[in-house]
Design a protein around this ligand. Structure first.
Ligand SMILES: Cc1cc2nc3c(=O)[nH]c(=O)nc-3n(C[C@H](O)[C@H](O)[C@H](O)COP(=O)(O)OP(=O)(O)OC[C@H]3O[C@@H](n4cnc5c(N)ncnc54)[C@H](O)[C@@H]3O)c2cc1C
Length: 397
């Protein structure tokens, strides 16, 4: 989708405001709960449009899934139905717009994806065929393993194999993006309160009045919840499945070895513009480990465990790559994916109290740039954007 079509689409998607201009312009006070990529970008968009915004987090920015993510931006096959795929396509364009404002580390190199198992490979091709029936989709082609090796010489794609080349995908340094956007949020007058946990909503006649936090009461007109895996617990709702863990390794920067996002068997790899190689394990912990992991740690209990897992993941990646022999891992973390029950984003007002809005999704890196713009528009102009109809929290009522 080109940028003009994208801008036109955004315009067409909005319904007229139900409020008078005076109401729209009165600079509402809004608290955003959660300083991951979603909350930080929403807070920034709101403050940019003149709202008085307080961003709170029970820890610090990027301490949740966003700081422990593989950070692949895509609109590829798992994004179904079409509305979700379209939102993701718009997500790519929204990042390109954001890059005109900020110097973000995004490498728009495309991805190469394949599986070892024949049935998974067949399923991938079926999904690609289905995407190609959508009215719009991001460019995707099937290429031979030889062609793929030409694009990515340090990767072995199998003999006589077929590889999916998704050309417009990118990978972002999410932590850096959160830092940059948070700085701008504060420069524009936004207020941040960290180590501040949301506790309770206070309402009068069904309308939000204030929230209680561990650092006191905050009077607000609106509260936006972008608290990832803690969304259900915070709002006493039932929209999510048990989060699943994933391990992310980050190397010290090295010279360029990988051009694209390599979506290989069991391990995904990309190399940031700053030279760091990121490896993401895909399988996660076996389900019988979940009890032991119920506190959802983001670190391993000791150095020995860390080294064991680092070695295991690198060895798995070495099955299909060269170029990892001498890398030094400087960060290993465990991330917990927020998972809506139906895997479709949850975006919209909560019916039970007027003024409460929720935004939770499992492809939050891909979607943050577009979702933050749409959420801001819905709240400040009291609009309902039809593109978001499939994502409303009311579907779980
Ligand atoms: C291993 C892994 C790999 C992934 N790979 C990709 C990928 O390649 N592409 C992609 O698009 N997505 C990917 N994801 C998913 C993506 O990272 C998440 O969807 C995204 O980070 C969610 O962002 P968020 O801001 O909603 O949540 P988070 O980043 O989790 O932020 C939520 C914040 O809310 C705060 N919070 C929670 N409760 C409270 C409270 N009561 N009071 C105050 N603060 C609170 C937390 O401290 C946290 O900072 C991956 C996730 C993982 C774990």
């Amino acid at each position: 989708m080109d940028r003009r079509t994208f801008t036109k689409l955004i315009g067409l998607l909005a319904l007229p405001s139900k409020k008078s201009l005076g109401e729209v312009l009165r600079n509402p006070k809004i608290v955003v709960v959660g300083a991951g990529i979603i909350g930080t970008m929403i807070a920034y968009e709101l403050v940019k449009k003149g709202a008085k915004v307080v961003l709170i987090d029970k820890e610090i920015p990027a301490s949740g899934a966003s700081g422990n993510s593989f950070s692949w931006i895509n609109a590829t096959y798992p994004k179904k139905p079409f509305s979700y795929n379209l939102l993701s396509q718009m997500g790519i364009e929204a990042y390109k717009n954001l890059e005109t404002e900020f110097n973000l580390d995004i490498k728009w190199s495309g991805s190469l994806e394949w599986f070892e198992e024949i049935d998974q490979q067949e399923n991938l091709f079926t999904e690609i065929k289905a995407i190609k029936k959508y009215p719009t989709y991001t460019p995707v082609s099937l290429i031979s393993s030889l062609e793929a090796e030409y694009l990515e010489p340090k990767v072995y794609f199998g003999d006589d194999n077929t590889i999916v080349h998704s050309e417009s995908d990118g990978a972002i340094d999410t932590i850096q993006a959160i830092q940059i956007i948070h700085n701008e949020f504060e420069r524009l007058g936004g207020e941040s309160i960290f180590s501040c946990e949301f506790l309770k909503l206070n309402e009068k006649n069904g309308r939000l009045k204030s929230i209680d936090t561990t650092k006191g009461k905050i009077e607000v007109d609106h509260a936006v919840f972008a608290c990832g895996i803690d969304t259900d617990k915070s709002l006493d709702i039932d929209t999510s499945s048990t989060p699943t863990p994933g391990i992310i390794l980050e190397s010290k920067p090295v010279e360029n070895r990988f051009n694209k996002i390599i979506v290989g068997p069991g391990v995904h790899i990309h190399q940031q513009n700053d030279g760091a190689i990121i490896l993401g394990e895909q399988d996660g912990a076996p389900i019988n480990h979940y009890d032991r992991l119920k506190e959802r740690p983001d670190k391993f209990p000791n150095k020995e465990f860390e080294e064991l897992h680092t070695e295991r993941i690198i060895n798995r990646a070495k099955n299909f790559t060269t170029g990892l022999e001498d890398i030094v891992i400087e960060k290993i973390s465990i991330g917990w994916r927020p998972l809506p029950k139906d895997r479709i984003p949850i975006i919209g007002r909560l019916n039970k109290i007027d003024g409460v809005y929720v935004s939770m999704m499992h492809s939050g890196i891909s979607l943050a740039a577009i979702v933050s713009k749409l959420v801001c528009e819905e709240i400040l102009e009291n609009k309902s954007i039809p593109l978001l109809d499939d994502f409303r929290p009311s579907r779980f009522a």
